[in-house]
Design a protein around this ligand. Structure first.
Ligand code: CRA
Length: 761
């Protein structure tokens, strides 16, 4: 009997052909789960990694898991033979809404690579019922709704384990759900361990909003990722969430280590914790608390915790480096607050008068990153430039006292999802050219042999076109927008944030619109696509979305322009959207203000899928540029040292840029009568005034050079062969950005765990 038949008969008692896509989804889910369950976990290995993260942006899992199990083709062929299409079946799967942006997607790529390399390592996090939020556009504005994803047919598997988490005045008992994590062709599996609370209920959410009673912890604790923390209740709720996550995680670690033979004194031989950004940093005082509770003395508990905990920093933006008022910690978990005071006292004694390295500052706020650096054994940045900035400016005071703790680990992406799954046609074509060895080694360099092969260049162009068609079809069904499949596809997808400068691309769009109105018609039509959510409480970011949507409507309504130029903003951008957008893209917009984007990972996905990067020298763009050479990338804008210096000296004045005759009309268009007619005056004038009077992330400083460079990019696109040759070089050089390489480095330099696959690129 074939791989699917008996599953179908067991479930529905009818042939495949007669099953609906929803029914087939259920069958495939059962099949994949059974096959996963046949794989042992890595529990026979002594030491285990626990990757603690507030987010795991895993995306849909069906195709990915079929691929990792090595049965994708077999299943797909049988579906095709029965008149079914896996892409349609996949529509029945809801994307788990367990992350926000790059940090969460990175965690998802990492657990895939950890398993692929045969490392014993689980992810630890929370099971948010409604995720971040679902973005819905209404009147050209972002609105936020709950994003439910947990149904009977989700990948969650209830685990029997449960722990008690002691808050002040009450204790909560957790429920644990696991999601199996499969590696590529690996014969073991790991798990995502997502803690939850049975009493949580959607009943307390106000209809049509993401608002709820923030004080009702028992009912709200795992409703949303990053609930609004603009007031004290919101801050307390975040602290409740963080402590719930790490207390459960720490208890799980102790449980499992003891089961594997640890006597707790030797815990560091059994477990290593990676703290993914500051959200899980309370695991340090919590582990100390639990160890002392189990009879270890305080000094030894600190020492054990320290030797098993490492920290990753993902940003230099102050707003994301969490600082919690100590009195709030006292209110939620007094014992932990006391331990933190003690940890702080010890460091104040060790480094007297060195205020920059205090855990508790003069405003009685606890600096989570400081705690993690003092009481962990390793701190890493996520790209070479980022780590240098940490060492030389942001965390210099720490680098001075702990030079050996600092290390760089440039981010990576899993090639399983970001080419094998997202761009099957390209992946298969690469197999034809250089054999399928790259699928495990990530070595794509042999492709360079084909850079002057006309047939290869033609085929690459054809694949890009097919991916544009696929995207076009999706946008039409999802959002009722029709894009021109023959146009240049120019894309900026990422969270909306001023430092990423979507507003700078918007000013370019205004420039281009005016230019086309003046009769300068682009040789090839251009489609610029945005995607991204703005934090619900981030007003200017929501204003930027509004301005983009309003400008795009003006362009769409203008018959002089709309045949040549289109601007689209994808609604509710998520991993699934990204899998359609990235393979179809020609130009990858990586235009953050230099020094501000720690790494970026979208930049790597685009490169791997044959888009050319238009970028500032920021984050991992610097490493991309080094790899491909300056003739295969488009670089513009002020360099990072200059920007760091400008901040230090308060040397930027937006208005002096605004006054330039090239720039003023573009900014002023935001409040042009055409805009005000369609848009919301408050939002548009606030953005307008912000750009002139503040522009904290300096969109205007690079604008002229950006416009010039964009025109050059579009001009270069016209030489199709040269362009496509450049895309081939980019693909060939992308191997370095495989997350297998990144994880291999983490393991070699930080975790030191047993590993099955040793040679990674
Ligand atoms: N927003 C950085 O800004 C980086 C990812 C993953 C970020 C990105 O440049 O690629 O982390 N930082 O390392 C972050 O979330 C809290 O800080 C991100 O996703």
């Amino acid at each position: 009997m074939s791989i699917l038949e008996n599953y179908v008969l067991d479930n529905f008692d009818k042939p495949i052909r007669e099953c609906s896509d929803q029914e087939m989804y259920k069958v495939l889910l059962d099949l994949v789960r059974d096959k996963s369950r046949e794989l042992p976990t890595n529990d026979d290995k002594k030491k285990k990694l626990y990757y603690f993260s507030a987010e795991f942006l895993i995306g849909k899992l069906l195709s990915n898991n079929l691929l990792n199990l090595g049965i994708y083709d077999e299943v797909n062929n049988e579906l095709i033979a029965n008149g079914k299409n896996i892409m349609d079946i996949e529509q029945a799967e809801l994307e788990p809404s367990l992350g926000n942006g790059g940090l969460g997607r990175l965690a998802a790529c990492f657990v895939d690579s950890i398993t692929t390399l045969g490392i014993n390592g689980d992810g630890v996090g929370l099971n948010y019922h409604f995720g971040l939020f679902k973005q819905v556009f209404k009147d050209n504005q972002q609105t936020q709704l709950p994003d439910p994803w947990i149904t009977e047919e989700s990948w969650l598997i209830k685990n029997e384990k449960s722990y008690e988490v002691p808050f002040n005045n009450f204790t909560l008992k957790s429920t644990l759900y696991d999601i199996d994590v499969l590696g590529y062709n690996s014969d073991t599996r790991n798990r995502l361990r997502l803690f939850d609370l049975d009493s949580v209920t959607s009943d307390i959410i106000e209809e049509g909003t993401i608002h709820f009673d923030k004080t009702n912890i028992e009912e709200n604790l795992t409703l949303f990722l990053y609930p609004d923390d603009s007031d004290r209740e919101g801050e307390l709720l975040r602290i409740f969430q963080q402590y719930f996550m790490v207390s459960n995680g720490a208890q799980l670690i102790l449980d499992e280590a003891v089961a594997r033979g640890s006597n707790l004194h030797d815990l560091a031989e059994y477990a290593v914790i990676q703290i993914n950004d500051t959200h899980p940093a309370f695991v340090i005082p919590e582990m100390i608390r639990l160890l002392t509770q189990r009879g270890i003395d305080f000094d030894e508990a600190i020492q054990i915790t320290q030797t098993m905990t490492a920290f990753t920093n993902h940003t230099i933006l102050a707003e994301a480096l969490e600082k919690w008022p100590i009195d709030e910690l006292e209110q939620v978990m007094p014992e932990i607050a006391n331990i933190i005071r003690e940890l702080d006292n010890r460091k104040k004694d060790e480094f007297p008068n060195n205020h920059a390295v205090s855990i508790i500052d003069e405003h009685d706020r606890v600096h989570m990153a400081h705690m993690a650096i003092h009481y962990g054994y390793s701190i890493n940045g996520v790209a070479a430039l980022h780590t240098e900035i940490l060492k030389n400016s942001e965390l210099k005071a720490f680098f001075d006292i702990y030079p050996n703790k600092f290390i760089n680990k440039t981010n990576g992406i899993t090639f399983r999802r970001w080419i094998m799954d997202a761009n099957k046609e390209l992946a298969d074509f690469i197999d034809d050219l250089i054999s399928d060895e790259w699928r495990t080694s990530a070595n794509l360099e042999p492709l360079l042999d084909f850079k002057d092969d006309e047939n290869v260049i033609t085929k690459l162009r054809a694949i890009k076109f097919n991916n544009k068609q696929r995207l076009s079809h999706r946008l039409e069904t999802m959002q009722d927008v029709k894009i021109n499949e023959h146009s240049i596809i120019d894309v900026q997808i990422k969270r909306i944030h001023e430092y990423k400068r979507q507003q700078m691309l918007l000013l370019y769009i205004i420039h281009k619109y005016k230019d086309i109105k003046n009769g300068n018609i682009p040789k090839t039509p251009i489609t610029i696509i945005f995607g991204g959510k703005a934090a619900a409480a981030y007003t200017i970011a929501r204003d930027i979305i509004h301005a983009i949507l309003t400008v795009s409507e003006i362009i769409a309504n203008d018959d002089d322009v709309n045949k040549h130029f289109q601007v689209v903003m994808v609604e509710n951008y998520n991993v699934t959207h990204a899998q359609y957008l990235i393979p179809a893209t020609d130009i990858s917009e990586q235009i953050s203000l230099a020094s501000k984007e720690a790494s970026g990972t979208g930049n790597m996905k685009f490169m791997l899928n044959g888009a050319l990067t238009l970028c500032t020298l920021d984050g991992a763009n610097v490493e991309i540029a080094d790899l491909v050479g300056e003739e295969n990338i488009y670089i513009f804008g002020k360099r990072s040292e200059e920007i760091v210096d400008l901040y230090a000296t308060n040397g930027y004045n937006a208005r002096s840029y605004y006054e330039r005759e090239t720039i003023k009309p573009l900014v002023d268009f935001l409040i042009d009568p055409k805009m005000l007619e369609l848009g919301n005056e408050d939002r548009l004038s606030r953005l307008h005034s912000d750009m002139i009077n503040k522009d904290y992330f300096m969109a205007l400083i690079d604008l002229e050079e950006f416009i010039e460079t964009k025109e050059k990019v579009y001009e270069d696109y016209e030489d199709h062969d040269t362009w496509t040759r450049k895309t081939l070089i980019n693909i060939a050089k992308a191997g370095f950005f495989s997350s297998d390489r990144t994880i291999n480095e983490y393991n070699r330099d930080i975790w030191h765990l047993e590993q099955e696959i040793k040679n990674v690129n």
